[in-house]
Design a protein around this ligand. Structure first.
Ligand code: G3P
Ligand code: MG
Length: 248
């Protein structure tokens, strides 16, 4: 059985404000194999790393990301909501992040946040960014919106895509394959042995979010899921080591 890989969910988001450079740097320092991050588009079509469509929760701004230019957004504080230690941490663009990421020996999961707002051309904009920074070969692109994955494959069928879902259905693996998804990213609640088997039979990777509790980490390791997304990569790595020792 292969090792379950650890992806830092929005970076090491328990230790630093989610989707900011400090969170990504801490993820790298923790020894996690991968980083998951969320992409939305500004008014002037700059991809930025932020989970919510609205600025309220994670910045000192108000309103929607899509209604501001990047220049306007770059003046916001995306750290103080988390802790004063991170005050004035800016929202980062995908390209700024990739300039750093390119030098790291890590995997990447870009989640296109197109399930609420269908940002026009987000797929081609993100694709060009990843291509320019030469990280496509270690990136998987995911979305809750199947149309986004179809558009990504139209741009380049070689791009690895994953369908994201929190709801189970009997034919989930077939359903994901019907729009060309290579892999499946599921909420921990719907994980079971059968799903792991079905994915692996179809050569799909199964990755599970968001795994922060020890019990669920152990379940994922035991079932041999391909990767987990966690806010606490340092803890997930510790538990994985213990699990391997006990097994070994
Ligand atoms: O990509 C896995 C996970 O991040 C999906 O949900 O809402 O945390 O972006 P969310
Ligand atoms: Mg996400």
């Amino acid at each position: 059985m292969k090792n379950t890989l650890i992806f830092a969910h929005r970076g090491a988001s328990k230790l630093a404000p989610e989707n900011t450079m400090p969170a990504f740097e801490l993820a790298q320092a923790s020894g996690a194999e991968g980083i998951e991050t969320d992409v939305q588009l500004t008014k002037d079509n700059i991809p930025v790393l932020i989970h919510d469509e609205n600025l309220r929760r994670t910045t000192n701004g108000t309103g929607f990301v899509q209604d501001y230019t990047y220049d306007e957004l770059s003046r916001l504080d995306a750290g103080s909501w988390f802790s004063s230690e991170f005050s004035n941490t800016p929202i980062v663009t995908l390209d700024e992040f990739l300039r750093w990421f390119k030098e790291q020996k890590m995997l990447l999961n870009i989640e296109l946040k197109t399930n609420v707002i269908e940002y026009k051309h987000i797929e081609s904009i993100v694709y060009e960014n990843l291509k320019n920074r030469q990280v496509l070969d270690r990136t998987v692109i995911s979305s809750f919106n199947a149309d986004s994955l179809v558009r990504m494959h139209e741009i380049n069928p070689a791009v690895r895509t994953a369908f994201l879902t929190s709801t189970n259905r009997r034919d989930l693996v077939k359903y994901a394959q019907s729009f060309g998804a290579n892999d499946l990213h599921v909420k921990h609640r719907i994980l079971d042995k059968k799903l792991v088997k079905q994915c692996h039979r179809q050569n799909m990777d199964l990755r599970v979010y968001t795994v922060n509790r020890t019990g669920m980490m152990k379940k994922c390791y035991k079932l041999g899921v391909d990767a987990i997304f966690t806010d606490v990569p340092h803890e997930a790595l510790e538990h994985r080591e213990l699990f391997q020792k006990r097994k070994g």
